[in-house]
Design a protein around this ligand. Structure first.
Ligand code: KG4
Ligand code: ZN
Length: 340
């Protein structure tokens, strides 16, 4: 019997990346991302500029994704898109485009929750990567979110902990801004941290109940720390940048690992998957690998290309929903605050 080929086009436009990807039966044929460099000058994402850039990018990005996949739009089985959560103006671009394309081709439309997609990215077929068995715990760490989710099935997810203020990616980015690093600062702090001493400076970890997180206090502590030291020595940042970055990263990774350990204790589940932009961080990757040895955890770390925002993760959710015939209606609306 010849296996039926299900081609899913995924479209992601929730923040500042316009992305499109084609999957065939869960395998990536193309994964195209247009980053918006315009925000660098502002030190953060400017929503109005993001939606305008999405409008410019969406057609060429989808066109490239189809070309790289070596298929025509008429071969598509369905179109999946990010419905939320995210920036409203940005979400509207992907949503309207996906709706029109599915309508024009007369194929199913599939709505995807961006945070579910960061978790289900682990189900993309990729050599050398295994898929987590249910139940597992997922920690989604990005520029907009920080959650620990109990995953009992592909679409059975319960948030058991989340940030009460800033997301962990914001903690990286805002600390970097204080240090004069460009946006987004997370990858730069990671790079510098490799050259520094993680115990050079001590930052107090916040005390937050249960499995919730807080990062706004750390940001303020870093601001005062830098201000006070710079008063004594105007070159303090330049002279100690690697050590400061290593110490910040060490503190943040410590906060994440403490909560993961508590979550494992509470649930009795020791299969841990991470997702979201911050899961590219080398500190958290190493800490998780060490926990395999130290605590007997089974850990799942996504390939780099599926950590930061991408459309392959939207397309894999599209594929899983396609198999269940879980289709969206044409009147589906982009939703900025969409819960898992
Ligand atoms: O998932 P993502 O691409 O977009 C959101 O949905 O937010 O995550 C972006 C975040 C940014 O805050 C960025 O600084 C952070 O991920 N990030 C990192 C690293 N790579 C990206 N943070 C720390 N270390 C990294 N290597
Ligand atoms: Zn994301």
């Amino acid at each position: 019997m010849i296996e039926e080929k299900i081609y899913i086009l995924g479209i992601e436009s929730s923040c500042d990346d316009t992305a499109a990807s084609v999957l065939c039966n869960g395998k990536v044929l193309s994964n195209v991302i247009a980053n918006q460099s315009i925000h660098e000058a502002y030190g953060g994402v400017v929503p109005e500029l993001a939606s305008r850039a999405h409008q410019q990018n969406i057609v060429p990005v989808v066109d490239q994704a189809l070309k790289k996949a070596g298929i025509s739009k008429n071969d598509l089985s369905a179109v999946a898109f990010t419905r939320g959560p995210g920036l409203m103006g940005s979400l509207l671009v992907g949503t309207s485009f996906a709706k029109s394309l599915a309508y024009g081709l007369d194929i199913p439309l599939i709505e995807v929750n961006h945070m579910q997609a960061h978790i289900l990215a682990h189900f993309i077929e990729k050599e050398g990567y295994k898929k987590p068995a249910f139940p597992f715990l997922a920690m989604t760490i990005s520029g907009g979110h920080t959650q620990i989710v109990r995953v009992d099935g592909a679409f059975q997810m319960t948030v058991i902990g989340e940030t009460i203020d800033d997301a962990v990616g914001e903690a990286f980015d805002k600390s970097g801004k204080i240090l004069g690093l460009g946006y987004p600062a997370g990858p730069q702090i990671d790079k510098r941290a490799k050259l520094g001493n993680p115990k050079a400076f001590h930052f107090t970890k916040p005390k937050v109940d249960g499995l919730n997180f807080s990062f706004s206090g750390l940001k303020t502590a870093i601001l005062y720390f830098v201000r006070d030291h710079s008063k004594e020595n105007p070159n303090f940042i330049a002279e100690h940048l690697d050590d400061i970055c290593a110490s910040i990263q060490y503190t943040i990774v410590g906060i994440l690992m403490d909560k993961l350990k508590a979550a494992v204790k509470d649930t009795g589940i020791n299969r841990i998957a991470i997702g979201g932009g911050v899961s590219a961080n080398s500190g958290i990757r190493t800490a998780l690998k060490n926990a395999e040895q130290k605590h007997g955890w089974e850990t799942f770390i996504p390939a780099f290309e599926f950590t930061t925002d991408n459309a392959a993760m939207i397309a894999i959710v599209g594929y899983l929903k396609y198999l269940k015939k879980d289709f969206a209606m044409q009147n589906t609306m982009a939703t900025a605050r969409l819960k898992i």
